[in-house]
Design a protein around this ligand. Structure first.
Ligand code: ADP
Ligand code: ASP
Ligand code: MG
Length: 597
C-alpha cells in the first residue's frame, strides 16, 4: 500500500470550513486506498500573532519560551484536523512533534531535525487511521520543545515523507504551484510544471518563500518527489523532482527571485594572506548567522575587500562579530548598508553565464538601476541593488527572460497520468552508504564532492564606474567575442569605483581582454591560469560552517584565496594554479571524501 504525505499551510487551515475541506482531501486519498499522513501548519496568521504577543511582553523573549509559545499554533491545528476527519467518518489521530519522537538539536527557533522514530505513526497508519502531525515543531534530547524556523512545516512534511518512504509529498498552499517569481510581486508570473531540486533550492534560498529551503534539502537527499499545489482547486501544480526529470530543453532561466530584507557588510583593507578570510567567517559562523553572497575580489596593493550579505534582522549581531574579526585580522574597517536587496535568476540551462549575464545586466541597466554587487554560481546569477529599486529590477529581469510567457516555452510531458511517483528512486534512510558518510542527524550537511578545475583564467577590471550599464556593456562585448564566462564577481564600490572579476577558458582569456579593452576605461589585470576549487553538496549556505571549514582547510596549507562565490549547492574559490592539486587533496580530507570525485 502506498503512502502519501499531504501538508496544509496556514491559509489552507485558516478556518473551520477550510479545515473541513482539507480533511475531505485527505479522506479522498484514503478512499483511493492510500495510507495518508497529514502535516498541518498553524491556522492563518497565528504564528505572526503569537510573535507579536510575545513582543508586547518583552523585546528579548528567551528562545526556549518562544518555541514553547509558537508550537501551540500547530497543536491547535492538528486537533481540529483530527476532529474534522473523524466527523466525516474516517478514524484519525493527531500527534505533536514530540509525540512522534521528532528529535532536533537545541538551537531554539531554528532547530534542525536529528531523528524521527516512525513506530507510532506506522502503527496508527496500519490500523487504517489518517495520521495528523504538527508541522514546524520537535523536541531536543532534553524534552525541550523546539521549532524549525519560519515556514518549517514544509520541512516536517518532506522529512516524514522521507522516513516513511512516501510515494510523494503534496504541499497544499494558497498558490497553485511554484511560479517563475512571486506572483504577489509580479502578477504576470507563470506557473512552472517541473523544477529540479537544485533550482528550487537556489530559488527558495534566494527569496522564493513558497517552500522552506531546508525541505528541498531533504527532498534531494532522500529523493522525495514534491507536488506543490492549490488547496482550493484540483489543478495539477508544480513537481519538484530530480534533474533528469526536470530539465527543460532550450530554457536557460527557470525563475527569478527577490530577497528584499538584506544588509551588506564590507570589510575594508583585508590583508591578502592565507587564513584571513577564514578567521573572519569563523567569527561570524560562531554567532550562527547565515552569510550569503560572499564576494572577494583580487587584491590591490596587498589588501582586498570582502563583502557579504546577511538577513537585515541579523545585521546588528553581524556587525558586532565583523568588528571583532576586522580588528583581529588587522583590516582597516567595516562599512555596511542596510537598504539593499538581492535579485537573482536561476536555471539549470545556464551552463555558462555569458548570454544570461548579458541579458540580465542589460535589463537592469535599461531600467536605470545600478548593480552594486554581482555573484554567480553554476545555476544562478545574483545582483545586489538598492532596496527601493529591487521590485523594478525583478520585473525588468522577469520580462527580459520571457518568464511571463512560460506557457509558450518548450515543455516536456512528465509523470504519466495517474501516477504520482514516476521513476523516482527513494534512498532509504537505513542505508548508511547511500548518502556518503554516516549521518549523525537527518539534516546534517551532505557533501557530495569536491572538484578542481584548472582550465580557466581570470580577468579583473579595476576602476569600474559605479553607475548603471557598465556590466551590461562589458558582458555584451565578451558575448560578441564568443567567450564563455563562468564565475563573475563584482564587489561593492569604494569611492565610486568597483572591481569586477570573471573567469573564462584559458585559451579565450586574450580574446576577452581584447574585446573589453576599448570599453574598460581602467586598468585590466590577467591571471592566465588559475585553479577553481569547489565543494558541492546541499544546504551549503544554511549550514553556516561549510565555508568556514573550506577556508580553514586551505588556510592551514597556506593556500591563498583570491576569488569566492557561494550558493546553496556549492562554494567555489579561485586560487593560484600551482596550488590546485594540493587544495583538492586537503578539501577531500577535511570533508572525509576518500573516493575520487
Ligand atoms: P503556506 O502558508 O501554505 O506555507 P506560504 O505563504 O509559506 O504558504 O507560501 C505561499 C506564498 O509564497 C504565495 O502566496 C506566494 O506569494 C509566495 N511565493 C514567493 N515566491 C513564489 C514563487 N516563486 N511561486 C509561488 N509562490 C511564491
Ligand atoms: N507556522 C509556522 C510559520 O508560520 C510554520 C509554517 O507555517 O510552516 O512559520
Ligand atoms: Mg510556507
Amino acid at each position: 500500500m502506498s503512502l502519501l504525505v499531504q501538508k496544509f499551510g496556514g491559509t489552507s487551515v485558516a478556518d473551520s470550513n477550510k479545515i473541513l475541506a482539507a480533511a475531505r482531501r485527505a479522506i479522498q486519498a484514503h478512499h483511493r486506498g492510500e495510507q495518508v499522513l497529514v502535516v498541518v501548519s498553524a491556522r492563518g496568521h497565528t504564528t505572526d500573532e503569537l510573535i507579536a504577543l510575545a513582543r508586547e511582553i518583552t523585546d528579548r523573549p528567551p528562545a526556549r519560551e518562544m518555541d514553547m509559545l509558537l508550537a501551540t499554533g500547530e497543536q491547535v491545528s492538528v486537533a481540529l484536523m483530527a476532529m474534522a476527519i473523524e466527523s466525516l467518518g474516517v478514524p484519525a489521530i493527531s500527534f505533536t512533534g514530540a509525540q512522534i519522537g521528532l528529535v532536533t538539536d537545541s538551537f531554539h527557533t531554528k532547530a534542525r531535525i536529528k531523528n524521527i522514530s516512525n513506530d507510532r505513526m506506522t502503527q496508527a497508519l496500519a490500523e487504517g487511521k489518517i495520521v495528523i502531525v504538527a508541522g514546524f515543531q520537535g523536541m531536543d534530547e532534553n524534552y525541550n520543545i523546539t521549532t524549525l524556523g519560519r515556514g518549517g512545516s514544509d520541512t516536517t512534511a518532506v522529512a516524514l515523507a522521507a522516513v516513511l518512504g512516501a510515494s510523494a509529498c503534496e504541499i497544499y498552499t494558497d498558490v497553485d504551484g511554484v511560479y517563475t517569481t512571486d506572483p504577489r510581486i509580479v502578477p504576470e508570473a507563470g506557473k512552472i510544471d517541473r523544477i529540479s531540486y537544485d533550482e528550487m533550492l537556489e530559488l527558495a534560498s534566494l527569496g522564493a518563500g513558497v517552500m522552506h529551503s531546508r525541505s528541498i534539502e531533504f527532498a534531494k537527499k532522500y529523493g522525495v518527489p514534491i507536488h506543490v499545489r492549490s488547496s482550493f482547486s484540483d489543478a495539477p501544480g508544480t513537481w519538484i523532482v530530480g534533474e533528469q526529470d526536470a530539465r527543460r530543453l532550450g530554457v536557460a532561466v527557470t525563475g527569478a527571485a527577490l530577497a528584499k530584507d538584506e544588509a551588506r557588510i564590507t570589510i575594508l583593507g583585508v590583508p591578502d594572506r592565507p587564513g584571513v578570510v577564514h578567521l573572519l567567517f569563523q567569527t561570524i559562523a560562531r554567532a550562527n548567522i547565515v552569510v550569503d553572497m560572499i564576494v572577494q575580489n583580487v587584491a590591490t596593493d596587498g589588501a582586498t575587500e570582502v563583502s557579504f550579505t546577511v538577513a537585515r534582522g541579523d545585521l546588528a549581531e553581524t556587525l558586532r562579530a565583523a568588528a571583532a574579526a576586522a580588528n583581529e585580522i588587522g583590516a582597516l574597517g567595516v562599512t555596511h548598508d542596510a537598504a539593499v536587496a538581492k535579485v537573482s535568476v536561476i536555471g539549470l540551462g545556464m551552463r555558462t553565464h555569458t548570454g544570461v549575464a548579458t541579458a540580465m545586466f542589460e535589463a537592469i541597466a535599461a531600467a536605470g538601476i545600478n548593480i552594486q554587487m554581482i555573484t554567480t554560481s553554476e545555476i544562478k546569477i545574483t545582483v545586489l541593488v538598492d532596496r527601493a529599486a529591487a521590485v523594478g529590477a525583478l520585473r525588468a529581469v522577469h520580462k527580459a527572460f520571457l518568464l511571463d510567457e512560460v506557457h509558450a516555452r518548450p515543455q516536456l510531458t512528465f509523470f504519466p497520468a495517474g501516477s504520482t511517483t514516476g521513476a523516482m528512486k527513494l534512498v532509504p534512510l537505513a542505508d548508511p552508504d547511500a548518502n556518503g558518510p554516516r549521518e549523525q542527524g537527518m539534516e546534517d550537511l551532505v557533501i557530495a564532492g569536491v572538484e578542481l578545475d584548472e582550465t580557466q583564467g581570470r580577468i579583473t577590471l579595476y576602476d569600474v564606474p559605479d553607475r548603471p550599464g557598465y556590466a551590461a556593456r562589458v558582458f555584451q562585448a565578451i558575448a560578441d567575442a564568443g567567450v564563455f564566462v563562468d564565475m563573475i564577481v563584482q564587489n561593492v564600490s569604494q569611492d565610486g569605483q568597483c572591481v569586477l572579476s570573471f573567469t573564462a577558458p584559458r585559451d579565450a582569456v586574450n580574446r576577452a581582454v581584447e574585446a573589453i579593452t576599448p570599453i574598460a576605461g581602467g586598468q585590466i589585470s590577467i591571471e592566465p591560469a588559475m585553479a577553481k576549487l569547489s565543494v558541492i553538496g546541499v544546504g551549503m549556505r544554511t549550514h553556516t560552517g561549510v565555508a568556514t571549514r573550506m577556508f580553514g582547510a586551505l588556510a592551514d596549507r597556506s593556500i591563498n584565496i583570491n576569488l569566492i562565490n557561494t550558493s546553496e549547492i556549492r562554494i567555489n574559490v579561485g586560487t593560484d594554479v600551482a596550488k590546485g592539486k594540493e587544495g583538492l587533496d586537503c578539501l577531500r580530507k577535511v570533508f572525509a571524501l576518500n573516493h575520487e570525485s
